[in-house]
Design a protein. Structure first.
Lengths: 447, 460
């Protein structure tokens, strides 16, 4: 059965079951990935998949159901389960079926060049990536993975208020991970890059980044602990922002699960800090023309020179706050319900270079990698205590690699303790980004 | 159900192209979940997963594809497109199917789509109230319920035809205590290879109060000291240390790729003689159990380490063969969307002979980790990092004041050598484990253990 036919059956049954408003969200994805190990294809993946999510509102309560089985029986089960689910929902969690925004932005999320990039070319690129990594240094003992992956998808939103939207997206990614060794010591490094345009993936640069990361850490040892200034390298601070980004979701603030509750208009960070959420960036990892509720996307400043300008809203949290949605109502896939998500969410870059930032630090540590973020960081409290790698800085110069240190602090205090932001802005594949930052009052414990 | 004739055809296509082995994994899964915040429903969701995964082994290469369009046309196209990646080895044909159905050791009574949502709601609401009533500093309690019924059908080119039904149910509670702009949380998430009957019989209110107690204790605690100390880790979820620090390194993928610190160490002393560790996928009704693994092999009780000596890895057919070992029935995947690899099931350190009292009284100054949080490890280096959800100082052989914000760091291969004491009677706890074949249910476990020295990250 095709999705259009399924929608007609589903909507007819929804009407009969007494749903006042309803919606079908569908996602279709095609993906490919190839992994090279020691010059040979180790893994090869191909898929075409999709599914449908139904939500309906009855007596002010919202009920959900999803299915990958597109059949009449599944449509019956969808209506029955959605009714049962709605019955135990709180009416305060009522969701809105959206009639549509006035206009939708033109934003490129798909390029037809992706179609012309054949599987053979992807295999070649993955092999080249592995070769480049081995060529970097004889200290590269093993390229543990060299992968090229591509994906394209299409999202449809269709509802009882007449909204009928869709958009296509695509990306190609190159991923490499390496193990470096100097005989005794072993260190890992990795890099992921993605783009709408295959030609933008430079295997030499990607391999170099991963290898440099691993080789530079060889011979690392711990250091004496201290409390004071540290530098978080761009990638490390991106991971930290990513971990705590949910604090900026109005939905969580309203539930009391964010310390930024009631802080709009207040100073929450130092003047050096400006954070934006920009879904309309050209070739951005998280660029999107509308969210999963059909609300048009727009660029917004979340923190401006330390002042929290806005949290991120979906339709439900916006209604609770008596304002309009910021277009951040997303679901992870057709399987999920609508919650909140940032898009291209990043700390704006400053003026100084990374080298100047190191000079400003004088003595201390540059943290390049944070481990165990899912366990050692608490998104609600802001507390983190994380195993780190990095470099020791003495008299304004990087002197040696450091490992087995733990940096501990609180994200919300840290925002206020950011002294300087560098100009080396980088994005992770999730769309979150940051330059390197110099921060104070961090506890570093080591030997 | 997909026609056996079509299955035969899509298994045959890759073999025609010269592959060594082909396998079809068909999954149909019904899911329900409900979550309440402070007694009000935040989400009530349900759905159907349905799809087919085709795995082809061609020399050292694993080719995998999947779809949830199960029409004949779509499946034949999938097989043909996927077979293009096969490099010609030797043409062979599939063997006729021999049905190998197994006895279900974990029969569930109440299946997901038969569960009364109101009964779930009542159970969770009662738990929320119990936690909120524990102390006035408890401000947010999230109570969750999830249950699924997964039917899998496995066919391969060697004539295997088998199926399994896995029904799992889990309850979770997260209680947050709030005081002076700070929050601390307490969490538990028990589950079983059972239907809704698991939740019906479970004393959820007590568990919710226990989560609240932990949050309140941590809220009032000072920060943990940093440095190197003896560390005592309690049973149950404390086993996450072994899971992360050693378990992942004993999975045959890392061993076969020589990216594990335990590669090439079979028969060697890798741990303290106090350590015996087991991966057992057969435990009746346990969260991490299966009747058969995701390539159709029976699960087993696999002794990994016996009195400090490495006895075996966790293997499947493909990676086992690379290592010259038999499958231990540990081949797992989250769903039809992922190629399976050897993974853990219920993995634990077995009970020893040191009494709990002797363990605590042997420590002059150290940390007692009553309830561990999650952690992560780099299998190549064995470096790990764990959060401790509920920790106490041990002073002069006695458990003293609670401390918060502690984390444990070290290297897996070193830490298991430093396990100095092990108490009798291990217990298991549930978790979800993520790796290349996705997020799967596992149990971790151990009795109380003492590690002679470990780096503790703290703030004080």
């Amino acid at each position: 059965m095709d999705i259009g036919r399924f929608r007609d059956i589903l909507f007819e049954k929804a009407e009969k079951a007494g749903f006042e408003e309803y919606e079908m969200y569908a996602g279709i994805n095609r993906s490919f990935s190839v992994n090279i190990f020691r010059g040979e294809i180790e893994k090869y993946r191909k898929s075409s998949s999709g599914g449908v999510s139904f939500r309906g509102i009855k007596n002010g309560r919202t009920g959900y159901f999803y299915t990958e089985d597109i059949s009449e029986e599944a449509a019956d089960m969808a209506i029955r389960q959605a009714l049962e689910n709605a019955a135990v929902m709180s009416s305060e969690e009522r969701e809105e079926i959206y009639a549509g925004s006035k206009s939708y932005p033109e934003i490129k999320t798909y390029d037809s060049g992706l179609e012309g990039f054949s599987d053979e070319e992807k295999i070649k690129l993955a092999k080249k990536l592995e070769k480049e990594a081995y060529a970097y240094s004889d200290k590269i003992e093993l390229v543990t993975g060299s992968t090229v992956a591509s994906g394209e998808g299409e999202v449809f939103i269709c509802n009882s208020k007449g909204l009928d939207l869709n958009y296509r997206s695509g990306i190609v990614m190159a991923i490499v991970s390496v193990l470096a060794s100097d005989g005794g010591n072993k260190k890992t490094g990795g890099e992921i890059k993605g783009s709408l345009y295959p030609s933008e993936l430079d295997p030499h640069k990607i391999a170099e980044k991963a290898c440099k990361e691993a080789v530079e850490q060889l011979g690392a040892s711990s250091m004496k602990g201290y409390k004071g200034k540290v530098i978080f390298k761009n990638e490390a601070f991106t991971d930290l922002i990513q971990t705590f980004s949910s604090s900026f979701y109005a939905e969580l603030a309203q539930k009391g699960l964010s310390l930024l509750k009631d802080k709009e208009g207040s100073i929450i960070a130092s003047e050096a800090v400006t954070i934006v959420d920009e879904p309309l960036i050209e070739n951005g990892y998280a660029s999107v023309p509308f969210d999963s509720e059909g609300v048009a996307s727009y660029n917004k400043t979340v923190v401006e020179k330390g002042v929290l300008k806005t949290l991120l809203y979906n339709l439900k949290s916006a209604r609770k706050a008596g304002r309009s949605s910021t277009g951040n109502g997303f679901k992870a896939s057709y399987k999920g319900s609508v919650s909140t998500s940032s898009t291209n969410f990043y700390l704006r870059k400053g003026e100084v270079s990374f080298e100047e930032l190191v000079e400003m630090l004088g003595n201390g540590v540059v943290i390049t990698e944070l481990g165990g973020l899912h366990a050692g960081a608490n998104a609600v409290t802001g507390d983190f205590s994380l195993l780190c790698h990095g470099f020791v800085v003495e008299n304004g110069k990087i002197t040696r690699p450091v490992e087995q240190i733990i940096c501990a602090g609180n994200f919300f205090s840290l925002l206020k303790d950011i002294k300087t932001v560098a100009s080396d802005l980088e994005f992770s594949i999730s769309g979150t980004g940051s330059p390197s930052v110099l921060a104070d009052n961090i506890s570093v414990s080591g030997e | 159900m997909t026609d056996k004739k079509i299955i035969t055809e899509i298994l045959e296509i890759p073999l025609e192209a010269g592959a060594d082995f082909s396998e079809v994994f068909i999954e149909h899964r019904n899911n329900v979940s409900v979550s309440l915040l402070n007694g009000r429903t935040q989400s009530a969701a349900s759905g159907i997963d349905s799809g087919l995964g085709l795995r082809i082994i061609n020399g050292d290469m694993v080719i995998y594809s999947y779809t949830n369009d199960l029409s004949e046309k779509s499946l034949i196209r999938l097989a043909k497109e996927t077979a293009q990646a096969v490099s010609f080895n030797e043409k062979s044909h599939i063997k006729p199917f021999v049905n190998r159905d197994i006895e279900n050791r974990h029969k569930a009574l109440i299946l997901p789509f038969g569960i009364s949502k109101t009964a779930v709601y009542d159970k969770l609401k009662s738990g929320c109230n119990a936690a909120l009533g524990y102390d006035k500093s408890i401000t947010e309690v999230t109570a969750g319920f999830a249950s699924y019924e997964q039917d899998v059908f496995i066919y391969n080119s060697e004539g295997l035809e088998t199926r399994d039904k896995r029904v799992r149910t889990r309850l979770t509670v997260n209680a947050a205590a709030d005081g002076g702009g700070e929050k601390q949380t307490g969490y538990f998430g028990p589950g079983a290879m059972k239907g809704f009957e698991f939740a019906e019989d479970f004393d959820f209110d007590s568990l919710c109060r226990r989560a609240a107690e932990s949050a309140v204790k941590m809220l009032r605690a000072g920060y943990a000291p940093g440095g190197r100390f003896p560390v005592v880790i309690d049973g149950g979820f404390g086993g996450v240390l072994f899971h992360e620090a050693c378990g992942h390194g004993l999975e045959a993928v890392a061993v076969a790729k020589d990216t594990s610190v335990f590669a090439g160490k079979l028969g060697k002393m890798i741990a303290s003689p106090k350590v015996t560790a087991i991966d057992d996928g057969t435990i009746p009704f346990s969260w991490g159990s299966l009747n058969i693994d995701d390539e159709g092999e029976k699960t087993s009780r696999n002794v990994l380490i016996e009195k400090g000596v490495l006895k075996n890895y966790m293997t499947d057919r493909f990676y086992g063969k690379k290592l010259g070992l038999k499958s231990t029935g540990a081949c797992r995947r989250q769903s039809y969307m992922l190629a399976p690899v050897p993974r853990m099931t219920n993995t634990y350190i077995a009970g020893g002979s040191d009494s709990r009292d002797d363990i605590i009284s042997s420590v002059d100054f150290g940390i007692y980790c009553k309830n561990m949080g999650g952690g992560s490890v780099s299998p190549a280096t064995g470096e790990f990092n764990f959060a401790v959800n509920e920790a106490y100082i041990i002073r002069n052989g006695r458990i003293a004041e609670p401390v918060r914000g502690a984390s444990l760091i070290g290297r897996g291969d070193e830490i298991i050598k430093n396990i100095e004491m092990v108490s009798p009677g291990e217990s298991l706890a549930c978790g979800m484990c993520g790796a290349s074949s996705g997020s799967i249910p596992v149990c971790v476990g151990q009795p109380m253990i003492k590690v002679s020295e470990m780096t503790v990250g703290g703030k004080a």
